[in-house]
Design a protein around this ligand. Structure first.
Ligand code: FES
Length: 591
């Protein structure tokens, strides 16, 4: 259940109306402020509606083409209601909606664009604080990255998961059951009619994917970071309590402005550790690695892959959620939601970290209870004791690669086999089901040119398909390696985020079909068993592929994108190692 912030501790010094940023637009007496006021009057507002009040920008990622945010048209009214009630002036500002199912080649190509848009909307307009409305995968990190860089008081309003999918009296999980039933269809175990029933029942309400995919992972991580109201990330989108949460979020941001409670007051190395620990306890999406690194680097903290591996070794998986477990987000909410899970983590979290409520994380979750201990496990009944994630290194991934061991068949976690290499996605799609393809269950499927620059955008291609002829023989998992990401709803022995990527000359570019590859997850190794002299010969003969974009945003992206182990941010937007200035990037001149 969402907590409001009405019983928060005695507030810090409150700003005066003259100290509001918007005062420079509305409060002064000059020619330009006349323009701002007269044009606000043109929109039907009397000066008493806004004079001396915090202007709250609501960055709304609603779009007709984003099914996860269809309720945002209504929710924004509830956010506004809360802002009005608390004495603020709400201003809705639409921003690009990154719609995971529709945007090609991948929403990841545009995460930094939404981050930039968020930052510049906040900078260029009279915003004193903001509500960030997102939830569909990349919208969450993008909005937060932008808000962190601008560093105005900010609160996130999570979209909430959709209801459980429904199929033949059982449940369907977003993504996970798509991959599962697609494999069964290709193996001839279900009919086209069955498949159509899956299509009709798998997404049946507003809200984001309801497995522990990237959306649920990132909204939960955001709650653990202290950037949204306690309990808000777990509420199903159609639930009336979600609307209540939206209104409470609107109320709270107004006080955050008066208290001048900014992201830089909340985000610390320890709060990022809390977010990583939470993701691990949820067995969350591997995409969180890239996003949390980017968010941390925007905040001035050099969160690296080794920190994920270190925290993974000590963090048990407590959430029994698909794709690694059994249940869905709706069950998780009824079982107590994220506050209950955080309470189970106990001393694995730093409870002293401050949050948007003005209270600490420990204060926020005090008294949170588990109502179904099969969905949210106690530490002594963890689903997996540790190693929910592993960071691999070796001559195939000098800057690291990742795998999610609980999502793989255990016997594949220590495996050596011959590579079957595909140069790009199209080649793989064309050849993977070719009956003549020389491949068996011991082979290691390799896809290259799927990374940040190579694809470009590092799409979620990492759950490489298993050849049809092997599916028909009952094979359901194989070792697969790429420089791509993988959907948080996916599963399998998929080695992801290989860095540096093949497109920029990483060792993945040098692999040839038939080379033997060693995966050793317990010892965190990923090696190409080819001697150094031969690799040097191959490197000398390697030439970089041509650029994928010659103009526009794509060209900007290719020039400035960082590798996966650095979070795939633009180099000119990171703030590591320095903390951002009070309002990142400077304030606009007001004329
Ligand atoms: Fe929007 Fe999965 S498609 S969260």
């Amino acid at each position: 259940m969402t907590q409001d912030a009405s019983d928060r501790p005695a507030a810090r010094r409150r700003k005066t109306p003259e100290e509001l940023r918007s005062h420079r637009w509305y409060g002064v007496k000059d020619l330009r402020s006349f323009g701002h006021r007269s044009r606000t009057a043109q929109m039907g507002y009397h000066r008493s509606d806004y004079a001396g009040k915090p202007v709250i920008a609501i960055i709304n990622t609603w779009s007709d083409i984003n099914p996860c945010h269809t309720h945002f048209k209504q929710r924004v009214e509830e956010v506004k209601r809360g802002i009005w009630q608390a004495g603020g002036f709400p201003v809705e500002m639409p921003a690009i909606s990154l719609s995971e199912p529709f945007q090609k080649p991948t929403t990841m190509l545009y995460r930094n664009l939404l981050a930039m848009e968020t930052e510049e909307l906040l900078r260029s307009y009279p915003a004193d604080g903001c509500v960030l409305m997102g939830g569909c995968d990349k919208t969450t990190p993008a909005l937060i990255m932008g808000a962190v860089s601008m560093n105005l008081p900010a609160i996130f309003m999570p979209a909430g998961p959709m209801l459980r999918g429904d199929y033949k009296g059982g449940f369907l999980g977003s993504g996970s059951d798509t991959w599962k039933y697609w494999a069964e269809l290709r193996a001839g175990n279900i009919t086209e009619r069955d498949w159509q029933e899956v299509e009709d029942g798998i997404a049946r309400s507003p809200g984001h994917c309801m497995t522990m995919g990237t959306a649920s992972t990132m909204t939960s991580a955001t709650e653990a970071l202290g950037l949204c109201l306690p309990g808000s990330a777990s509420i199903p989108a159609p639930d009336a309590r979600h609307a209540q949460m939206a209104s409470l979020t609107g109320k709270r941001i107004v006080d955050m402005v008066w208290e001048d409670l900014k992201p830089s007051d909340l985000l610390t190395a320890a709060s990022f550790d809390n977010a990583v620990t939470t993701v691990l306890a949820l067995s969350g999406s591997t995409n969180a690695i890239v996003h949390l690194i980017a968010m941390a680097r925007r905040s001035g903290f050099d969160l690296d892959l080794d920190r994920f591996d270190a925290l993974a070794r000590r963090t048990p998986v407590l959430a029994n959620l698909r794709p690694s477990g059994r249940y869905l987000m709706e069950d998780f909410f009824y079982a107590g939601g994220l506050p209950a899970l955080l309470a189970q983590l106990g001393d694995l979290l730093d409870g002293t970290q401050r949050t948007v409520t003005g209270r600490t994380l420990a204060e926020n979750i005090a008294g949170a209870q588990v109502y179904n201990d099969d969905v949210i496990r106690s530490r002594d009944r963890a689903l997996v004791a540790g190693d929910g994630l592993a960071v691999l290194r070796g001559n195939l991934a000098p800057d690291g690669a990742v795998i999610k061991p609980p999502a793989a068949e255990a016997h594949l976690l220590t495996h050596t086999g011959p590579a079957v290499v595909f140069d790009d996605y199209n080649e793989m799609a064309a050849r993977i089901d070719d009956p003549a393809l020389d491949i068996d269950a011991d082979s290691v499927i390799v896809l290259r040119n799927a990374g940040p620059q190579g694809a470009p955008g590092m799409p979620e291609w990492g759950q490489l398909p298993i050849p049809k002829k092997l599916l028909e023989r009952g094979v359901r998992d194989m070792v697969r390696i790429s420089d791509a990401r993988m959907s948080g709803t996916s599963y399998g022995a998929c080695v992801l985020h290989v860095a540096p990527e093949s497109y920029v000359g990483g060792p993945l570019a040098l692999v040839r079909t038939g080379d033997r590859i060693e995966l050793d997850v317990p010892n965190r190794r990923l090696n190409l068993l080819v001697d150094d002299a031969e690799l040097a010969r191959r490197r000398a003969a390697w030439t970089p592929p041509p650029p994928k974009f010659e103009r526009g945003f794509g060209k900007l992206y290719l020039k400035h994108i960082s590798q996966a182990d650095k979070g795939c941010d633009f180099d000119f937007l990171e703030t590591v190692p320095a903390r951002p200035a009070a309002a990142g990037g400077g304030e606009p001149e007001i004329h």
